[in-house]
Design a protein around this ligand. Structure first.
Ligand code: PMV
Length: 326
């Protein structure tokens, strides 16, 4: 009853920010993302009759009470009526809860490891539906490459589907620029609920989504990097406009975030094509093609405040591993 899994993080090109149903995690809109190589969560789960309570360790430490309650609630969905307790050990190879989608890779790895430990052999769609219940964006990390989360209308029809596998667009790069390793003050769950409730921009944001989805689907189909990058960047700015206009305001950026955004604009003016996207945190992800990655990295590394950069490519789907963490 022990199993381990590794899942990569994913970064949305058309973002999800807001739930129609908070309990089932049904979003207001479809989203499209790239699962990225190199940023992953490795998780081992063991269900054991001798355990009196669930034991959860993340990055060698106990987790906070809110996260613990969320994980236990999620485990209860998987183990249904049984009162089997679990030991979970999980490790991220990148900063947790700072806008690098650790909840996506985390819940995708947990879904796969926990269901395998219980000998449930679920399809990708079933895994995606289940992962969604842990953290919405996790439903997309079940797949490698590019995928789209179909918002659906109920528990059974809201899940991600693969658009293209990891090898479809091998030259695509996402450069992860870390500007802080601190955990964010407003987690996405609380932040998005607050935005839906108070931002006067929220409806306008939703009104633009269909067009962005169409553009990103077309860009992927035609490998049109310009359309992909432009749409992803503008979609990110629109999402941040809803965050900034939330009451009280949610401003995830720091001065380094803006310095990187400006450098990306400058590089573009100089003919080096690249685009930025940010999530619920101050880290910047730069979309580019392989031929420009070194030139861009050289410039970004010179910016004061950039802690480190990681070059990622389209990544693998979530998979089980024999390497157990205990
Ligand atoms: O799934 P969550 O609760 O981690 O929310 C993810 C929200 C964004 O990262 C900002 C956007 C997205 O679609 O991944």
């Amino acid at each position: 009853m022990k199993s381990s899994a590794i899942a990569n993080s994913n970064i949305a090109l058309v973002k999800y920010w807001g739930k129609q149903d908070k309990e089932l995690i049904l979003p207001y809109n479809n989203s499209i993302s790239l699962t990225i190589s190199d940023l992953h969560t490795h998780t081992t789960v063991e269900f054991n009759e001798e355990l009196k309570e669930d034991q959860i360790t993340l990055n060698d430490s106990q987790i906070d009470e809110t996260s613990r309650k969320q994980i236990i609630k999620f485990l209860d969905i998987i183990r249904k009526d049984s009162d089997l307790k679990a030991k979970i050990v999980s490790k991220n190879n990148f900063p947790t809860a700072s806008g690098l989608a650790s909840s996506a890779s985390g819940y995708a790895a947990l879904t796969l490891a926990a269901t395998k430990a219980l000998n449930l052999n679920l399809t990708k769609e079933e895994l995606s539906k289940l992962a969604r219940r842990g953290s919405g964006s996790a439903c997309r990390s079940i797949y490698g490459g590019l995928s789209e989360w179909q918002k659906g209308t109920n528990n059974d029809d809201s899940f991600a589907k693969q658009i293209e596998k990891k090898d479809y667009w091998p030259d695509l790069r996402m450069l992860i620029c870390t500007t802080t390793t601190e955990e964010k003050k407003t987690k996405s769950r609380a932040g998005m609920a607050q935005t839906v409730a108070t931002s006067p921009m929220y409806k306008s944001w939703l009104d633009t989504i269909e067009n962005d989805l169409t553009n990103v689907r077309t860009a992927i189909k035609n490998k049109d990097f310009t359309l992909l990058g432009k749409t992803a960047e503008s979609n990110c700015l629109k999402m941040h406009a809803t965050m900034i206009t939330t009451e009280p305001p949610i401003i995830y950026w720091n001065p380094t975030t803006i310095k990187i955004m400006k450098q990306v604009e400058l590089l573009r003016e100089q003919g080096i094509e690249c685009y930025y996207t940010m999530d619920a945190g101050p880290q910047v992800k730069i979309l580019c093609l392989k031929n420009n990655q070194e030139t861009i990295l050289e410039k970004i590394k010179q910016i004061d405040g950039v802690i480190n950069t990681i070059t990622t490519k389209p990544g693998e789907p979530a998979k089980t591993t024999e390497q157990h963490l205990f």
